[in-house]
Design a protein around this ligand. Structure first.
Ligand code: FAD
Length: 496
């Protein structure tokens, strides 16, 4: 008998989402991730839970409807990680007649079953602070709702919940080879430690590595063609004082977002170009930075320059190649293929997808396996992710409660902990009765207690795991403070 019902290659949002869903339906699940959870594309997104106005224009009604509806579901099950945000589209620059924008936003508001998110409205840039940083020729725009998400924490919390429901989550474990007979036999390499696991069904959720896993690990061509599309973001010091985001048409059929990021920064992106090469070695090229600075220069009074950039990151989408002329037009729909032959264990492959629709993708993946495995009813729309067991919008009440329980926490510190851990803050601060119990402080409110929690409960092994994926405090730390985190973690390894 196989060790597992389902083995999943890839600990991005799609692999982690499938693992959680499957474990909650009683399946024995193994997830292997060659590096850290969310170390691939799932930490390099624009961090939006959105329908995608642009995809509406491309006629992707099914995708947009599903994504819009997921906003309300994810707000409910992950209220610590997902937050409403208002987006402002300058009307004069939109290269579309105003009636078309109105119609698009009307559809956007209504096809996705919006319930709690605020509806669209017109904004007069002469009266509203949202107009202040913009160039004077822009006089009005449209404002609508979408949501933001902490993408990498969403992945980690899906994995935490999967593990709590019995899944085996193995990070820093690469699947080197998978032999296919009536079951799958996976050769695994955990940083030099080799072992074998068997499974009834295999899922290739390797994102940008999908084709290389198919060819190199499974020794078979992917069933469908894949198009790799790279996108880069830059982060600059906060460009405006209000809490809304801008969606900026670029003149080449695309849009660039400029959105608040943490309390002190603005995140700008993305570029979009076909990618060839190794997704593990991505860099943000100078021409991409110039492009994003130029888009900002078209709209904002205050220009930004390459030397304004404090952080930049790139990610690669692995899209189903539908033969579209450009990367921009290629479908963002997810596609799942099931390869099933007599006497050979089934293989499910995940193409494309969005952070926004990961939960629905997982449901669709399990629906495809119905009949092969015993699949119970879907459940993930109703159960909160770890730490999310509170009503949306109650964050402030949790912050106040945390400060009553741990009066030595500064308000900004308590707010950051609630945004990351929600009701699990008690686990993060377990045994902490005084400021001294928080342990060493590394800058930006990061403490030894939090790092120990992340190592014990969230698979953190390196400073990067902590600073850039499980928190985003890396942006607020100097080089020597980051090295101190590394040293602390090496020391803590032996004591956990
Ligand atoms: P990944 O996150 O890349 O995960 C695949 C994992 O497989 C990797 O961690 C890798 O290490 C692992 N792996 C590979 N080979 C092996 C092996 N042999 N053994 C073990 N592990 C292996 N979506 C939204 O909804 N909202 C957005 O705002 C948004 N913005 C985006 C912006 C950009 C620039 C990009 C590129 C994408 C954006 N997306 C957005 C889409 C979204 O980020 C992706 O669809 C999603 O992250 C893909 O997740 P994944 O799990 O398929 O892939």
């Amino acid at each position: 008998m196989a060790d597992f019902d389902l083995a999943i290659i890839g600990g991005g949002i799609n692999g982690a989402g499938i693992a959680r869903d499957a474990a909650g339906r009683g399946l024995k699940v193994l997830l292997v991730e060659q590096n850290d959870l969310a170390s691939g594309t799932s930490s390099a997104s624009t961090k939006l839970i959105h329908g995608g106005l642009r995809y509406l224009e491309q006629g992707a009604l099914r995708l947009v409807r599903e994504a819009l509806a997921e906003r309300e579901v994810l707000l409910r099950i992950a209220p610590h990680l997902v937050h409403p945000m208002r987006f402002v589209l300058p009307a004069e620059a939109a290269e579309r007649p105003a009636w078309m924008l109105r119609l698009g936003l009307f559809l956007y508001d209504w096809i996705g079953g919006r319930r709690t998110l605020a509806p669209r409205r017109i904004v007069d840039f002469g009266r509203d602070p949202v107009g202040t940083p913009l160039k004077p020729h822009l006089s009005y725009g449209f404002e609508y709702s979408d949501c933001t998400v902490d993408d990498s924490r969403l992945v980690v919390l899906n994995a935490v919940d999967a593990a709590a429901r019995g899944a085996s989550i193995r990070t820093r474990t690469r699947c080197l080879r998978a032999e296919r007979t009536s079951e799958w036999r996976l050769m695994l390499d955990a940083r030099g430690r080799r072992d074998v696991a068997t499974a009834r069904v295999l899922v290739n959720a390797a994102g940008p590595w999908l084709a290389s896993v198919a060819e190199g690990v499974l020794r078979q061509e992917p069933a469908l063609p894949v198009r790799l599309v790279k996108g880069s973001h830059i982060v600059v010091k906060r460009m405006f004082e209000h809490d809304r985001a801008y969606i900026l048409p670029t003149g080449d059929g695309r849009v660039v977002f400029a959105r608040p990021f943490g309390s002190n920064f603005t995140l700008i992106g993305t570029t979009e170009e076909d990618f060839v090469g190794d997704p593990a070695v991505l860099s943000v090229e100078p021409h991409e930075i110039d492009y994003l600075c130029a888009v900002i220069g078209d709209y904002f009074r205050r220009a930004i320059h390459p030397d304004s950039v404090v952080w930049a990151f790139a990610g690669v989408r692995a899209l189903y190649d539908d033969g579209s002329g450009s990367a921009t037009e290629t479908t963002r729909e997810y596609v799942l293929t099931l390869d099933q032959e007599p006497a050979r264990a089934p293989l499910l492959t995940v193409y494309g997808g969005k952070i926004t629709t990961y939960r629905r993708l997982a449901e669709a993946a399990l629906a495809k396996l119905d009949g092969i495995l015993s699949i119970r009813r879907s459940w993930t729309a109703r159960k909160a992710l770890p730490g999310g067991e509170f009503a949306p919008g109650r964050d402030e009440a949790l912050v106040a409660k945390a400060r009553r329980t741990w009066p030595f926490l500064a308000e900004s510190h308590a707010r950051r902990l609630i945004a990351a851990y929600g009701t699990r803050i008690g686990l993060v601060l377990e045994g902490v009765a005084s400021a001294a119990d928080l342990g060493p402080r590394f800058g930006a409110d990061l403490t030894g207690a939090e790092i120990r929690y992340l190592m014990r409960h969230e698979w953190a092994q390196t400073a990067d795991d902590v600073l850039w994926r499980r928190t985003k405090v890396g942006l607020g730390l100097a080089g020597d403070e980051r090295s101190a985190v590394d040293l602390f973690m090496i020391g803590a390894l032996g004591t956990l």
